[in-house]
Design a protein around this ligand. Structure first.
Ligand code: PLP
Length: 455
């Protein structure tokens, strides 16, 4: 295989070096050397192919980002054209590029129902989170409330890996080794019915308890010290935790009452994954900022956008002191912007949220049927588009989490039987492309059935 002028080495060479020279995210170097990762060498439609020629349906959708599948010709064309015309020009003070202007216009239309009309471009999800946290602090300084510096977020939330994002992350795995993190970040219990400190199993009652915890934390910290609350509309990496529908609107009310900005981290949920066009629209809220990335370019290019609402505009625009001392070399990258324009158009033309909702119901119900069959499945969560998790336990009564080896067996046997699925701790997570067909969804469920049967 030739990549440009580079001639690739053969598969034996690649296997020999796999996991040895490259440090992999979220993995210890020793683990990837001892048990090297699957080498993916090709992809088409909603399927991926490994180095041995084994082709499976991608139940992971890349990493929650390949919403439109791997053969999206309009995006490939847009990227190729843009590479010829203008491969890069900066959007820092004094210059810009035409495609990023065009994209900001299209995004302002796309997110108008969410009350968001301005874009700040980034290179990915962690950048978008960082941007929103920094702009939140600047917002309060510009308004003369410099004391508002703290951040609130949900336990089990995932907000990327920069120091700010890690500080608001609600999972110790992404924090402990990197402490001390940003001071002034506080975590509220997540509306996670399967396990919570209140032992509450009713989603609505649990939402109320979490909201009370939010109120209590605000009172304890002092509202005048808090800049923003950041939250995923449906917690994703933490194990697909959809809150009761009353939760997000009530969080927005509480934030409004206390002058706290609400940032929705929609790196996963924007652009259709939940069956709605955005997580904010799913719950009927209007955040002050929305962090997006991933599906904005369908995995074809690293790119992100933070969208801004009216409150941000009121303070930043027409204000000569509101210089934004923040930005990335690749903010508004023309090739990324071209890819995003094509993805946005395809997302709308194909009405992917509608298919995500239909196929999401099929997968969710299929997973619930598997739960009837296999005791190892302690909880199934989802029901909103194509994001579903099965939490695996070694004992349903005590909810003891599954051991890593058994979880790995489920994943490996499912892979042998036709579907790539993702294991994250005790959770088996499904986030396939949103263009999934009924047959593809059935393939994933059949493969999982084989995986659980082998565990
Ligand atoms: N926020 C959320 C909700 C995410 O799910 C992710 C990634 O999975 C991020 C932020 C970080 O995005 P990235 O990995 O593109 O930096």
């Amino acid at each position: 295989k030739r990549i440009g002028t580079h001639i690739m080495k053969d598969s034996n060479f690649l296997k020999e070096h796999n996991g040895r020279l490259m440090w992999h995210p979220m993995t210890s170097p020793k683990d990837s050397a001892d048990a090297p990762p699957t080498i993916i060498t090709g992809a088409d439609g909603v399927s991926i192919t490994d180095i041995d020629g084994h082709r499976v349906v991608d139940g992971v959708g890349g990493l929650w980002n390949v919403n439109l599948g791997y053969s999206c010709q309009p995006v490939k064309d847009a990227i190729a054209q843009q590479l010829d015309i203008l491969p890069y020009y900066s959007t820092f003070r004094g210059t810009t590029n035409d495609v990023s202007i065009e994209l900001s216009y299209e995004l302002s239309k796309f997110f108008a129902p969410d009350g968001l009309s301005r874009a700040f471009f980034t290179s990915g999800g962690s950048d978008s989170v960082e941007t929103s946290l920094r702009l939140a602090r600047q917002y309060h300084k510009l308004r003369g409330e410099a004391g508002r510096t703290k951040f609130l977020s949900l336990k089990k939330g995932y907000h990327g890996t920069h120091i700010g994002g890690a500080s608001v992350n609600g999972n110790a795995n992404f924090r402990t080794a990197y402490e001390p993190l940003l001071p002034g970040c506080f975590h509220i219990p997540a509306p996670y019915t399967y396990r919570n400190p209140f032992n509450e199993t009713d989603p609505e009652a649990l939402a109320q308890l979490c909201l009370q915890a939010l109120e209590d934390e605000i009172a304890f910290q002092g509202a005048g010290t808090i800049a923003a609350m950041i939250m995923e509309p449906i917690l994703g990496a933490g194990g697909v935790i959809p809150p009761h529908p009353s939760f997000a609107p009530a969080v927005q009310d509480i934030c409004n009452r206390h002058g706290i900005l609400l940032i929705t981290d929609e790196v996963i949920t924007a652009y259709g994954r939940t069956g709605a066009w955005s997580g904010a629209r799913l719950w009927g809220i209007q955040p002050d900022m929305m962090a997006t990335a991933k599906a904005i370019t369908n995995g074809y290019f690293p790119f992100g956008a933070v969208m801004m609402g009216q409150r941000m505009l009121d303070v930043f625009e027409d204000n000569p002191n509101a210089k934004i001392g923040h930005g990335y070399t690749y903010s508004g990258h023309p090739v990324g912007a071209a890819a995003a324009l094509a993805c946005l158009a395809e997302t709308q033309r194909l009405n992917v949220p509608q298919n995500a909702a239909a196929r999401g119901t099929q997968l969710y119900e299929g997973c619930r049927a598997l739960m009837e069959k296999y005791d190892i499945i302690g909880d199934v969560r989802g029901g909103y588009g194509l994001m579903t998790a099965m939490e695996m336990v070694s004992d349903r009564a005590t909810k003891k989490p599954i051991d890593a080896a058994t979880a790995q067996t489920v994943q490996e046997v499912a892979y042998q039987n036709g579907a790539m699925v993702r294991v994250s701790g005790p959770n088996l997570i499904l986030s396939p492309p949103l263009i999934l067909s009924e047959t593809d969804a059935t393939t994933i469920l059949t493969a999982l059935d084989a995986g659980f049967a082998a565990a």
